[in-house]
Design a protein around this ligand. Structure first.
Ligand code: A3P
Length: 288
């Protein structure tokens, strides 16, 4: 199926029709935030699911009940998606934890007024691209990626779901300067997970013992999270996500792009990256 059949434009970016509707986007626009809400914001394939595991575990001080009984999309729902309409989000006790893939400039009015806490999770864009290419090949409601060159052209020009990676990152990072909402930027790395857990806990105002931090980090290691059916998307029917083609929790490493890009693709990516990101100070881990 084509983009025109699978996606709709929302404020200039493509969103998949399977996940969003005019009603869900209206609900998003009218959403009322609370100051103690925690919003996990990501560009897709940057570590959303991982953070949907870590943050509730920190909030619950290592109690595993919510991550072992609630699927990640109900535990930390995406505010813009259809599912949010069914969850009575305004009845949830504080502090509520939500997710969003939406650009900073497209957030609801209440967001700018209330300034809830934001955890913005990033990943180097070559690994985002590689993960996204595989994801587009296994999800039936996304446009088939075509060849790597074809998908690269679309990714670099922002003609993909949720729009341009460059605009997403720049928008959210500039927001940190423009708008003093409590803001944490994080890049999750498999090798220093315990440090990330401590950093996020500190931001959330939670003081965790060494033992609890270590327990959370251990549960959130790739091989362990892969076993959690509430987080590995095995609850999604195969006709929607065919994990025989590519698993949702696929490799979970930094630097997989090196196994995937040709030299010419790397050169093309680097040229656009240098041009588009030159006015932003960003240091990514590209390889471990
Ligand atoms: P790969 O496809 O490179 O393996 P999102 O949740 O934003 O869609 O991102 C999915 C990516 O995060 C996938 O990348 C997935 O494997 C990775 N990921 C999820 N949980 C992880 C974990 N516990 N450790 C390392 N990577 C993880």
């Amino acid at each position: 199926m084509t983009e025109a059949e699978l996606y709709s434009q929302y404020k200039g970016v493509y969103l998949p029709n399977h996940l969003h509707s005019p009603e869900s986007l209206n609900h998003f626009e009218e959403f009322t935030f609370r100051t103690d809400d925690i919003i996990i914001v990501t560009y897709p394939k940057s570590g959303t699911t991982w953070t949907q595991e870590i943050v509730p575990l920190i909030q619950n001080e290592g109690d595993m009940a919510s991550v072992l009984t609630l699927p990640n999309w109900d535990r930390v729902p995406w505010l813009e998606e259809k599912r949010a309409l069914e969850l009575n989000l305004d009845q949830r006790p504080s502090p509520r934890i939500f997710a969003s893939h939406i650009h900073y400039s497209m957030m609801p009015k209440s967001f700018y007024k209330v300034k809830p806490k934001v955890i913005y999770v990033m990943r180097n864009p070559k690994d985002v691209f590689t993960s996204s290419f595989h994801y587009h090949g296994m999800v039936s409601y996304l446009v088939n990626p075509g060849t790597v060159d074809e998908f690269l052209a679309k990714f670099l020009s922002g003609q993909v779901m949720y729009g341009s990676w460059f605009e997403h990152v720049k928008g959210w990072l500039n927001a940190e300067d423009q708008d003093p909402c409590p803001f944490l930027t994080s890049c999750l790395l498999p090798c220093d997970l315990k440090e990330s857990v401590s950093k996020i806990a500190h931001f959330m105002g939670k003081s965790l013992s060494e033992e609890v931090s270590a327990k959370i980090a251990d549960h959130c290691r790739f091989k362990n999270m892969k076993q959690n059916k509430m987080s590995n998307y095995s609850l999604v029917p195969e006709e929607i996500m065919d994990q025989k083609k590519s698993e949702f929790l696929r490799k979970g490493i930094i630097g997989d792009w090196k196994n995937f890009f040709t030299d010419a693709q790397t050169e093309c990516f680097d040229a656009v990256y240098e041009e588009r990101i030159k006015d932003v100070k960003l240091t990514f881990v590209w390889d471990l």
